[in-house]
Design a protein around this ligand. Sequence first.
Ligand code: URA
Length: 268
Amino acid sequence: MPQAVSDPAYRALADWWADMGVPADEAEIRAYLKAAKRTEPPKEQATPEANPVPQTRRKKGPKSVEDWAAEATATAAACNDIASLTAAIEAFEGCPLKQGCNKTAVHDGVFGAPVMVIGEGPGGEEDRIGKPFVGRAGQLLDKMLAAINLNRAENAFITNVNYWRPPGNRNPEADELAVCRPFVDRMIVLSAPKVIVAAGNVPTKSLLSISTGIMKTRGKEYSYTPPGGEPIPFFPIFHPAFLLRRPVEKSRAWRDLLTIEARLTDLS
Ligand code: URA
């Protein structure tokens, strides 16, 4: 029997396709959902042992997300340089993702550089090394930056909207982003880039408070004003991890980089 269009799994998958700029093929989505239901384990097997992905629920405690975000805001406001801000982020205990991580990956590159790249959060290599964008996606990011004469040794500063690796490399959740956000904003104010480059959907949607997907936001200039700071030109680009999976999109990514380069020339 066909599923009602209100089926949440159907809607989520259709929305995701649309977000990626692919027209939703109803028949194909229904076929995926049917296949997924066939391979689901029986309910009684769905024990924690059968699902080894670590959970990151915040431990019951006196502090809510709002409390932690307020603490992050006060802590970040008291930091007037990148060293104290980095130390404050590393010492912060308000993000539940931290529990499962080896390292905190805060930033890399040149503090105060004209370009600030903001990604979504650390992956496996970043968690091992403690710096953002050092895995395969990071290597591609370096090539993308080099294409417009940017690099982390001279003129690019690199960070994320979340500093701890989510389990299974899932996207960070809203609460996890909310408690990191005051630090992200303070880092933007202190580093004062001429332009912000947001790598992919997560930083774009989170910083701009929009739900529009990267297929529609890329290639356009936005503006981001951190609390206590000035408006900064903001450019969403495809995430390099997405480009590794979809190299055909590199030509559009290249065009977007040229737009950023031209804007930087305007601003200098
Ligand atoms: N992807 C990101 O968005 N950030 C990283 O630091 C690594 C991969």
